[in-house]
Design a protein around this ligand. Structure first.
Ligand code: PXG
Length: 465
């Protein structure tokens, strides 16, 4: 396949016309964006012919890897049959109805709150907007319109629309645009390394961190609280894996006060943590589950909400018309690609593979990084992993943020042919689930090389003892 492109030309078009997401526009224009031209399996190539091992699955989404003919064929077939039709005015389409039933069959039942219904969108952000609409509608219909507040977490990420950014707890986002909107509030995150007390065990910390939810509910008045939203494992926040005591205690608290629980699984569903849905791994019982990204392995945009029976029954039986939806809710091509994607995941048993085989192997290899002089902690959960770069391991002291050590490490990654993301000084991975053990070894070799290069740079600059 001829993918040769004129890099300078594309960069000039890009800097003249394309405003990139979460980007300092002026800064990018001075350096020029890397032009990614093609991808296969777990690798991507740029326009200069450099190959990168993509340890981020694009952006946490390409779970089945790149270059899957079946997904292209499914899109092509569906485009030639029915490329688009709306589902607003009492019509449906074959892929959307089939996928909804398929997703319902994959979502494990939880008590009376089984998941039989799906509300479709095209992204994680839109799905969380839909969650806010459904949560408010639910409480209004139950005659408790004063239940308006949704509690999220500091450093949680739930998208970039006004509601998504309000649900999330990213200070940088809140600082722009007068966010969060009213009736959104945030508690601390279950990040043991940063927030655990000296001598406290992770389990004790997990219970304490969950207790922040109860304290906030009591501060606000339980009758005002509509829902709690959280990621099973925080992704964009830096792969923050909660202690095992955290989720059971959260469950106890939401049950005690009757508030809805939203599990935002935009990153964690579809095998990423070794299960179709991540709430199964942690054993909690959400009322709403946000999904997007890997439902199509990112080949085409699709998102949605799995609506548990507790909410669905009220909306269906008492709600009349629900005044909310998107042009692309139930898009036939996106849903057809999702079905083909789920076929691949099922046939190749990707969730089981992550749970029983490559996940444990990655955990073992990644844990070896704890021995590196720069690494304060290194941990995985399924096929996400995070490591923290620190100045002094024993004293648990990090670097001055002004040194931007994470970004410097990321530059070494690019130079060495590895895509790994930096969140502050946490380096994070979320590799494609099709990765083999040999490829895990290849990735680990690259990670060690990048850490060594970062260490050498810091030592040369006198910034590491
Ligand atoms: N919820 C979660 C948990 C996410 O991770 C969204 C919602 C929003 O999805 P959309 O499709 O609207 O982007 C996400 C998205 C990062 C990064 O820097 C992570 C996401 C998006 C962009 C960047 O890690 N996650």
């Amino acid at each position: 396949m001829n993918t040769s492109v004129d890099t300078a030309h594309i960069q000039s078009l890009d800097s003249a016309h394309f405003l990139h997401p979460f980007t300092d526009f002026k800064d990018l224009n001075t350096r020029g964006a890397k032009v990614i031209t093609r991808a296969q399996d777990i690798y991507v190539w740029d326009s200069e012919g450099n190959r990168f091992l993509d340890a981020m699955s694009g952006l946490w989404c390409v779970n089945v890897g790149y270059g899957r003919q079946e997904l292209a064929d499914a899109a092509h077939r569906q485009m030639m049959t029915l490329p688009y039709y709306n589902s607003f005015f009492q019509t449906t389409n074959v892929p959307a109805a089939t996928l909804a039933a398929r997703l319902a069959s994959l979502a494990p039942p939880v008590r009376e709150r089984s998941f039989q219904h799906v509300f479709y969108s095209s992204s994680g952000s839109e799905s969380n907007d839909s969650n806010v609409r459904m949560v408010r509608r639910y409480w209004d219909l139950l005659g408790q319109p004063q239940r308006k507040v949704i509690i999220g977490r500091i450093n949680g990420y739930h998208g970039s629309t006004m509601a998504g950014a309000s649900l999330g707890g990213m200070g940088g986002m809140h600082a722009q645009g007068d966010l969060p909107l009213p009736n959104f509030t945030h508690i601390g995150q279950p990040y043991f390394y940063e927030n655990g007390w000296p001598g406290e065990t992770p389990d004790d910390f997990g219970r304490r961190a969950a207790g922040w939810l109860e304290s906030r509910i009591l501060e606000l008045g339980a009758e005002k609280v509509a829902a709690f939203i959280a990621e099973p494992v925080q992704g964009a926040g830096g792969v923050i894996i909660p202690p095992s005591t955290y989720w059971p205690e959260i469950q106890r608290i939401v049950d005690k006060y009757g508030i809805l629980l939203i599990s935002d699984e935009v990153i964690c569903a579809f095998g990423r943590l070794g299960h179709w849905f991540a709430y199964e791994k942690f054993g909690y019982k959400p009322d709403l589950v946000t999904f997007a990204k890997a439902v199509t392995s990112g080949y085409i945009p699709l998102g949605g909400v799995m609506v548990g029976n507790r909410v669905a029954e009220v909306l269906i039986d008492q709600g009349g018309e629900f005044a909310h939806g998107y042009t692309y809710s139930g898009h036939p091509v996106a849903c057809a690609v999702a079905l083909a994607n789920l076929d691949i995941m099922e046939r190749e048993q990707l969730p089981q593979r992550v749970r029983d085989d490559v996940g444990p192997y990655l955990a073992q290899r990644f844990a070896e990084l704890n021995a590196h002089p720069l690494v304060g902690e290194a941990q995985t959960c399924g096929f996400v992993g995070g490591l923290l770069l620190v100045r002094d391991k024993l004293a648990r002291q990090g670097f001055d943020p002004a040194l931007a050590v994470g970004m410097r490490c990321r530059s070494h990654c690019f130079k060495n042919g590895l895509v790994m993301r930096a969140v502050g000084d946490r380096m994070i991975i979320a590799p494609p689930l099709v990765m083999t053990r040999d490829q895990i070894d290849e990735m680990m070799g690259l990670i060690v090389r990048c850490l060594d290069d970062t260490l050498a740079e810091l030592r040369a600059a006198g910034q590491f003892e």
